[in-house]
Design a protein around this ligand. Sequence first.
Ligand code: NG1
Ligand code: MG
Length: 446
Amino acid sequence: MENVPVGKVSVEINSRYGRIKDKFMGSYGKKPDYYARASGRVNLIGEHIDYCGYSVLPMAIEQDVVIAVSSNDSGRLQMFECDINDLSINKEKPVWHNYFLCGLKGLLEHCKVTSPKGLQCVVDGTIPKSAGLSSSSALVCCAALVTMHANGQALSKKELSDMCAHCERFIGTEGGGMDQAISFMANKGTAKLIEFNPLKSTDVELPEDVVFVISNSCVELNKAATSHFNIRVVECRLASQIIAKTKGLKWREFKRFADVQKALGLTLDEAVNVVKEILHQEPYTKEEVCGILEVTADELAQTSLSANTLDVKTFKLHDRATHVFSEANRVLQFKKTCDLKPADASVVLGNLMKDSHTSCRDLYQCSCDDLDRLVDICCQSGALGSRLTGAGWGGCAVSMVPANQVDSFIKSVTEKYYGKDDRLKEKVTENLFATQPGGGAAIYLE
Ligand code: NG1
Ligand code: MG
């Protein structure tokens, strides 16, 4: 099993690392021992299906989190002051350093480190936050990597990915494992199909005649501060359990669509039909769900809900389930098209991306007006396909643009989306940029 690579960085040549080093020396009066990095990602297709057990297709981006580190025997974390032996992650208070604490705590617990090293850290990030580019997981992964290295532990990329997917949930959101997996398993120059249970990553060769361009709607949603995300996770769980029960399975043993699909021996197309047959389109009340599953509201809280969804009154099961099964299918078609390279590959891929956005907007309802407008503008500006990326409700769109039209695409989106708003006009370069598949997490020594 492969481990995270340890390489060299020259702070003379790499001005960013130079600045981080200067800041470290300014704070602690000495050089850092090493640097760790973990990248953000853009998900090309497969939204809100990783936590249902389905494969997704992201690539790492160049933007990342870098942490400069020196370790000591103080048992304290210096960055903001904190006792490593007494880590509390306050779910009520979604501050960024909580994500650092998730990675730190996760690694220490996983490796059963009894006397953890003290850490002096400077954290530097270039991933736009709350933008669907996974700044949160990059920080969790980077903090776990720092903690692993400082405490003399050696986990494989796979173990780190699984462990970080688990420990990011300390924050309260019940995400899947896509972000952590791509952050560790990415390789420069290739997108990846990420499969779960067991975790596996496969290179996906993207067409050469297209470029992926990221555009930020600049609408921010702090996922940890709202229940939007967990409501979707719970709706998927309830729909899985109702399908399982109706089909005579032991429903309490099921939490994810992929497991129900497998137990029933259905194809994804058949699963979409089963949804039509079993679930109604109108929202389900909690009472109705309890009636179908034959449980009390308290029991339902145990079997299916999360802390921040206890008070949710209605659940849209039909549309969420239809999105998940059809999106899982689109991921497989996307991968197949990349592998087979038909003459019209980029048109096929573009249409899959468009369908994905429509499904996220209408069935999963995880977009927002500005993001929909941005996706429309991207399609009018020459993109073959465009869709929201990441959790949604704001954040970024990813567009697939013919390589020879990137300049005119950027010009048009700049005028039509950013140019119309004085707040956005100044920030175009950081919010609208072409991207190439980037590399995964690494440790660097000077
Ligand atoms: P972002 O956009 O980074 O918050 C979240 C989840 C993913 C995945 C996507 C939706 C976490 C850490 N990340 O990503 O696992 O479910 O939403 O596809 O919860
Ligand atoms: Mg995130």
